[in-house]
Design a protein around this ligand. Structure first.
Ligand code: PMP
Length: 398
């Protein structure tokens, strides 16, 4: 027997499993709506022009590949901080915010989880029901007990806000509450502005620790609008954790560009937190990779590239919205007995479509259309070529 004889096979990643099944499907007309990636109207993952231009400038410069500082490229951290909290915001002016480049949004969450485990080991973590499936795994692997607060209400296809608020009102003080800043994954159901204000009030009053995950800034109602809740939380004081990702908004999935920001109550506290956060990074991977951070820093800080990025991001956002409208309009024709209007209200790349596990399974076996068995479809994978097939198939399995 080897040392590892007793080790069992780990469960398969549910989302990656869909891609495997999709890849194995021989039908040339197959469609994958199970992904978490934005595709353009030609079904391709875009390489943004702002990225190409920034890369051209970087190539021209031909900078040596030294190590970055432990907390990443300073210009990147500064640009991210201004994007997330607003240039000239109180937390930045008062030096109460710290930001460290991270290995994507996932890396940012992991840093935050490890940091909190060191300094708040007794706290429990609360995530939405449902949430991005890696949230639970990340915080559990950092050593936390992870609970769910009510979030999605299948009967209204919206947020069970009274349930959520009730849970926030009864969690022990010091609990860590993970919130999706915008474009909730997997449901697409976001809080209204008024509901956010209530959440901020309860979280602040009850001494809960908010951890905002913002993986889709710019995919909901715009860069400013989507980031607003982060600023409102920051204005409410500290502590506040914010993980953000450029995987989607810059279409830089494989470059792994994200950041963790923490808001402290004073500049002096912020300096202590940063020194400790650097230790967490140092003992994980020492320092982050250069390329993606350089591209994003240059695009955010160069006015012409910044404008280009905002326009390209708006293009992605608008295309997703159009696909939502089109999906609903076409389903109205093909399946008039079913109401899909909620799909238009949802935000971001995803829709909890209301399709059952059985219906999703039939879509795959009979039509080679793949979705997550919770009914989550990626609206950003729809395009003018595949949407009719998707609508036809959905109308048949309903
Ligand atoms: N949080 C949420 C809610 C996400 O959906 C994702 C990506 N699917 C992430 C974090 C992680 O982002 P990244 O791919 O940059 O690690």
């Amino acid at each position: 027997a080897s040392l590892f004889t007793a080790i069992e096979m780990a469960p398969r990643d549910p989302i990656l499993g869909i891609t495997e099944a999709f890849n194995a499907d021989k039908n040339p007309a197959k469609i994958n709506l199970g992904v978490g990636v934005y595709y353009d109207n030609n079904g391709k993952v875009p390489l943004l022009d702002c990225v190409k231009k920034a890369e051209a400038i970087l190539m021209e410069k031909g900078a040596p590949r030294t190590y970055l500082p432990i907390d990443g490229l300073a210009a990147y951290d500064k640009a991210v901080q201004e994007l997330v909290f607003g240039a000239g915001s109180a937390v930045i002016n008062e030096k109460r915010a710290i930001t460290a480049q991270a290995i994507g949004g996932t890396g940012a969450l992991k840093l935050g989880a490890d940091f909190l485990q060191r300094f708040a080991p007794g706290a429990q973590v609360w995530i939405s029901d449902p949430s991005w499936e890696n949230h639970r795994a990340l915080f559990e692997s950092a050593g936390f007990t992870v609970n769910n607060y009510p979030y999605y209400d299948p009967s209204t296809r919206g947020v069970n806000f009274s349930g959520m608020l009730g849970a926030l009102q009864t969690m022990p003080s010091g609990s860590i509450v993970l919130l999706h800043a915008c474009c909730h994954n997997p449901t697409g159901a976001d809080l209204s502005a008024a509901q956010w204000l209530e959440v901020i009030q309860v979280v602040t009053e009850r001494g809960l620790v908010p951890f905002l995950d913002m993986a889709y800034q710019g995919f909901g109602d715009g860069i400013e609008a989507d980031g607003k809740v982060v600023r409102q939380f920051a204005d409410a004081g500290g502590p506040l954790f914010v993980s953000n990702s450029f995987s989607k908004s810059f279409s830089l999935y494989g470059e792994r560009v994200g950041a963790l920001s923490i808001v402290a109550v004073s500049a002096e506290e912020a300096a202590r937190l940063l020194s400790q956060l650097k230790r967490v990074i140092r003992t994980n991977y020492s320092n982050p990779p250069m390329h993606g951070g350089q591209v994003v820093a240059m695009a955010l800080a160069t006015p012409e590239l910044r404008q280009l990025w905002e326009d390209e991001l708006a293009g992605m956002r608008v295309r997703i919205r159009e696909m939502r409208q089109l999906l609903v309009a076409k389903l109205k024709e093909k399946a008039p007995a079913h109401d899909f209007d909620f799909v238009i209200q949802q935000r971001g790349m995803f829709s909890y479509s209301g399709l059952t596990k059985e219906q999703v399974s039939r879509l795959a076996s009979e039509y080679s259309i793949y979705a997550v068995d919770t009914g989550r479809i990626c609206v950003a994978a729809l395009n003018s070529t595949n949407i009719d097939k998707v609508v036809e198939a959905i109308s048949k399995v309903l």
